[in-house]
Write a protein that binds this ligand. Structure first.
Ligand code: IPM
Ligand code: MG
Length: 370
């Protein structure tokens, strides 16, 4: 069976980290005898330059023909003055919406060898292992088109809009995930202030009846933000609306020491998914061989698991990343640690590939000499 993957590297460090991820995908294919066909497309700033829009029709069509999508990152100073509707970020929001990817999974787990990379104390972050399920196609991000009102346009309006059916879909996904993990679901809202949050809470309570073995707790978003830094091991699965999830996931990323380690999966009801690192395009280090390719590689692992059902292969990628870190290799974002060997994006990618395909180093050496 040949699996088709749309590859959208995007802007900034997107292409560099994607190269590493594709090398990992190829190594998995070679090692396990799977065929992956990868087809490249444009999104974000590069698409504005080549097609005049951040999400060209061809790119959407390509994604729809494929079984999964790998996305690097979008945006950069080059496009900061383009009209709002054409901004690179619109490409990202558009592709999520157009493909119906309503559930964004952002796993947060600490790596043993990176415990000291976290700004928080070792005893707080040790053993952290939870997943944020962020609603991705509704809420403030997709309310009635934002507008300026008033004579001097001194009033700005954004709308937080949710329909019951949108909440139901993502909450079911979160319950299913919790059922297969430690069976605890934390729903995060602001029900003491927002009507949409009261609806959210109602829906969670109703659906909880379908999952009697999952323990449910409700937390207000401010309290959740606090608990993430003082008792993060208490969480198993967190489910929340779009913007709360955006903010909490950046906060939670610091538990692991670097945004450069965090993958994500954006899913719908079938097996199709879009996989991207949580980090952005980091224009300040683009092209310098400094970016950490691990979040993109771990996004490949999520794709193998969620879209292709290849659990063993996914675990092999995760283990390869773990072993390279345990051996002491670090990219620039993790250098504060003060120990280990700093390597560039390409070298780091090569190290992970060699873990998956032990003969890889040998065969490239041989091909040089034979
Ligand atoms: C993310 C990003 C995006 C978001 C931006 C780039 C639009 O911050 O994926 O978390 O807010 O969803
Ligand atoms: Mg974000």
């Amino acid at each position: 069976m040949k699996r088709k993957v749309a590859v959208l590297p995007g802007d900034g460090i997107g292409q560099e980290v994607m190269n590493g991820a594709l090398a990992v995908l190829k190594a998995v294919g070679d090692q396990f005898g799977h065929q992956f066909e990868v087809i490249q497309g444009d999104i974000g700033g590069v698409a504005i330059d080549s097609h005049g829009t951040p999400l060209p029709k061809q790119t959407l069509e390509l994604c729809k023909e494929c079984d999964a999508v790998l996305l690097g990152a979008v945006g950069g100073p080059k496009w900061k003055d383009v009209p709002v509707q054409l901004r690179p970020e619109k490409g990202l929001l558009g592709i999520r919406k157009e493909l119906g990817l309503f559930a964004n999974l952002r796993p947060i787990s600490t790596f043993k060898s990176l415990l000291d990379a976290s700004p928080l104390k070792r005893n707080v972050v040790q053993g952290v292992d939870f997943v944020i399920v962020r609603e991705l196609t509704g809420g403030l991000y997709f309310g009635k088109p934002s507008e300026r009102r008033g004579e001097n346009k001194e009033v700005a309006v954004d709308t937080l809009h949710y329909e019951r059916s949108e909440i139901e879909k993502v909450v079911h996904k979160a319950f299913q995930l919790a059922s297969n993990r430690r069976k605890k679901l934390t729903s995060v809202d602001k029900a003491n202030v927002l009507e949409s949050s009261r609806l959210w809470r109602e829906v969670v309570d109703e659906i909880s009846g379908d999952y009697p073995d999952v323990e449910v707790e409700h937390l207000l978003v401010d309290a959740a933000a606090m608990k993430i830094v003082y008792q993060p091991t208490q969480f198993d699965v967190i489910v929340t609306e779009n913007m709360f999830g955006d903010i909490l996931s950046d906060e939670a990323s610091m538990l692991t020491g670097s945004l450069g380690m965090l993958p994500s999966a954006s899913l719908r009801e079938d097996h199709f998914g879009l996989y991207e690192p949580v980090h952005g395009s980091a224009p300040d280090i683009a092209g310098e061989d400094k970016a950490n390719p691990m979040a993109m590689m771990l996004s490949v692992a999520m794709m193998l698991k969620h879209s292709f059902g290849l659990k063993e292969e996914a675990e092999m990628v995760e283990k390869a990343v773990q072993e390279v870190l345990d051996t002491g290799y670090r990219t620039d974002d993790l250098k504060e640690l003060g120990s280990g060997t700093i390597v560039g994006t390409e070298a780091m990618s090569q190290l992970v590939v060699e873990q998956i395909e032990p003969n890889h180093a040998m065969s490239s050496i041989l091909s040089t000499y034979l």
